[in-house]
Structure formats: C-alpha cells, structure tokens
Design a protein around this ligand. Sequence first.
Ligand code: ATP
Ligand code: F6P
Length: 501
Amino acid sequence: MIGHIFWMDSSEGENGDELLHVTYGTNAHDETQVDDSQICVVMVGLPARGKSLIAQKIVRYLKWLSINAKSFNVGSYRRADTPQPNAEFFNTGNTEGERMRRAAAEAAVSDMLKWFGEGGHVAILDATNSTKARRTWIKGQCDAKGYECLFVESRCDDPDLVLSNVLSVKTSSPDYVGQDPEDAVKDFMARIRNYEKVYQSIGDEEQVTFVKLINVGSQVVINAVQNYLQTRIIYFTMNLHITPRSIWLSRHGESQYNVEGKIGGDADLSVRGYAYAQALPELVAKSVGDAEITLWTSTMKRTIQTAHHLKYPKKQWKALDELDAGVCDGLTYEEIEEKYPVDFRARDDDKYNYRYHGGESYRDVVTRLEPIIMEMERGENIMVVTHQAVLRCIYAYFMNVPQDQSPWMEIPLHTVIKLTPRAYGTQEERFKADIPAVSTFRAKYASANMGAGSEEATENSGAPTEAPAQVDGVADAATTEAKDAIIASAVAANDVAKERG
Ligand code: ATP
Ligand code: F6P
C-alpha cells in the first residue's frame, strides 16, 4: 500500500530557510499494511505442544511490526460453558462433549470472521484443530470470505518434554484451579490420550499452506507458501525455541554528549561512563554466572567503549545504532525547541511516528530492528549494549509495550535489565550500578530545559565526579590503561564524596 501524507507543516531552518516537514504513513497509521492479504493462522497439534505460546508470540511480533493481529483461543470459548471439564469431555465418543466443543469452535470462528470484516489482518485460531474434518471446515469458512489459511502444526513426540510442559503450565491452567496438581497431571495426560485417538497430522492430500514444526523446530516442513507475509510468519515460528535463556540489555555508559544534553552524535564516554564500563563485568557476572553469552553492540563508540571490559564474544550491528535525529543531530532539546518549534511539538504529539527531518522515527527503528529481533529469538544468552531509543524498541517487543507508550519509557543510564522469557510472559530484573549519570529523559510536553541533562538523582545515587574538562582528557587519552587510571581516580573521588555525605 502506498503511504499517505498525514502530517505536513513548515518551520524556519537554521539559515532562515523554510523547512517543509512531511511524514508519511498509512491511512490508519497504527498499522503497517505489508500486503492486502488477510490471513487465518490455524494452529494444529495435540495438547501441551506449545500452540498457545507460539500463537501469543506471533501476535506480539506482528503487533510490534504494526500489523493488526489477534488470537482467538477456542479453549477460552469452551471455558465459558464448561470451565473445568475432565478428560472424558474430550473423548470423541462423548456426544455432549463433542457438541459443546464444536459450539466453542464455531463461536471462535464466527468472532474471527467478524474481526476480519472490521479490517483485522492476521488472526490466529488457537485450538488443537486435530482432525482433517475440522481443518477442512475452517478452510471452507475462510475461503468463502477470501481469507487465506496458513496452518502451523506443532508436533512433539518426546514424552519427557510433553510431561514437563504439562507440569509447568497445565496444572496452573484455569481448567484445574483449586484441584490437586497430581490429579490435574493425570487428567491432562488422559485428555491427551483422547486426542491421540483421533489426531491426524496435516497430510499432503489436504493441499493447504502449512509449516510443521517437529520437536521444537529440529525439523521443519513447509508447503505451498503464497506470499511475503506468510513467509515472515513462518520464518518467525522457525526461529522460536524453548531452551531456557536470558537477555541482558544496557544503554551505553554516560557519554560526553549526554553530559552536554546533546542528542545523536558519536561521542566518547564521560568519565562516569567509563566507570560504568569498568563496573559492568562485575554487575553482569552477578546474574550471568557461568552461562555462555554473546555480546552485541552498535557501531558507535559509546557502546563499543561500554562493552570494552566484558570478555564475551562480541558482534557489532549497524542496525543497533541510535535513532537518526537528522537535522537535529548534535543539538540539545532546548536548541531544537528554539530552532524547530513546530517539530518539537509535533514529536511530542506523536513520538512513535514523528520522523526527524533527514532522519528516523521510532517506527523506522522498529523496521530496521526486525532482523535483530529474529536473531534474538533464534539465539540463547545475549547481552545488547545499545542506545535509548533502540533499547525502548527492543524492550517494547519483549514486554509487549504499546507503540504510543514505548517512546516515553524511562530506561535509565548505568542500569542492566535482565529479561528471562517464561512460558507465558517475561520476567524482568534490573541491576543498577552505583555510578551516577545524567538523566536523558524528557517527559511529554515538558519544557526542554527542565528534562534531559539533569542529574539522575533518583535513579543513581552518589555524587557527581567530573568537570567537562576532565572528560575531554579521557576522550583524548590514547590507551585504555590511561582511561582506566582516570576512571579509578574518579571512582575513588566519588567514594570519598559519598562518605562525606
Ligand atoms: P493446549 O492444547 O492444552 O492449549 P498448547 O499446545 O497450546 O496446549 P501451551 O499451553 O502453549 O500448549 O504449552 C506451553 C508449553 O509448551 C511451555 O512449557 C513451552 O515451553 C512448551 N512449548 C513451546 N513450544 C513448543 C514446541 N514447539 N513443542 C513442544 N513444546 C513447546
Ligand atoms: O485441550 C486443549 C484445548 O486447548 C482445550 O482447552 C480446548 O477446549 C481445546 O484444546 C480446543 O481445541 P479443539 O476444539 O480442537 O478441541
């Protein structure tokens, strides 16, 4: 779809020239229409094969990419009438059970079709959909309205993994609230056996578009992919894994530009920034232990310097570079407010979509981060040292933060965020270094001279250490050893200052 101008105005440029600012987006600029297809992703598989987890991840990924996506979980519809069925309910010989399960599936499909009618883009039909007859019926419903079907089958024949899934997520399911966990496990295993009696894996004769993820993607079979969006969804599911791991996120240490309140640039760290770099190995070690970890930075000096003392395999990504502020690069917020007042206001009005003249918007950053997210899903323990805007986008992906809020999140300097994906949701821990830093956060509609550049008093306690002149000395210092010596004295000075209160 071709973008439509949704915002346009002008303001006076640096040389008194009039600058025209035009930002492009789609009509409903909360959605990126990659193509015109509407897709029903039909989950297929026995119970406890990770279908709901995969469904939720697809929704989160697509919504992060501004694609309108929604999951329709047939179990929730069934629960409205039968909140706590026992295994016998799922026995195909049980006529009443069959009738009620069919009714739940029909209600979910009916709501899904209605949602498509209102412009929904990708629906996930989350149920076992374990028989050919059920799948043929779903496909017929979608074909009649012109919606595509993509079947995603999760197969797993590892009994230990299935049991571990049942133990970890099924005993706490609403189906078993208030019941003895041991009885719940037995009943759930009996439920699985009832499904096994009738389960049919997708066969070639069904002539449908499908991806089969066998034993958590150790084998993948793909059939008849039709378009780009389907390819993206399939590729995403292929990268998912369930190996326990964590992701560590940190902004670079305080930079010289941070101290001066300037945005963008490629400045060196300040003295306190170098102190953070030096403190980082100990800070990270606390929560990493012996785990193997890969470290990613941007290509900018301040993230590379921050990662300097971390002894993990390193990789630099251009895609992790900070949001490009275009003509405003190197200016302070005060200067931007003064030179480009209309832009300054427009960015606060819609920070996610506002694109700096000659630069980027948050939406642009998300687009270039897609391969990073894909690699993060595929990988295991990863630490990312990057920049404020980029970190907000990555954090928003993992924590499901809506677009209108993500650019306004406070992600302080000198803090490591550890994210650990769990079955449903992500656990977050924060580790703060006791090294003060300025705050680069400016609240929506706050006057420019009240926000960024002020001391991060509430976040990182302790006395400030250096005058800018000293920082320049560090920036010019030829060797890491020389910088470390300066840092050591800065940290010592800081300790003395703290002791003095
Ligand atoms: P049900 O049919 O009962 O709703 P389900 O197939 O939707 O079950 P989930 O509730 O999503 O299963 O199960 C989550 C569990 O499955 C988690 O413990 C997760 O680690 C595990 N899991 C995730 N992906 C897979 C996979 N591809 N194969 C097997 N297990 C997986
Ligand atoms: O048994 C697992 C489950 O998720 C139930 O909660 C739900 O009722 C059912 O699968 C939905 O799938 P189907 O309609 O294929 O039985």
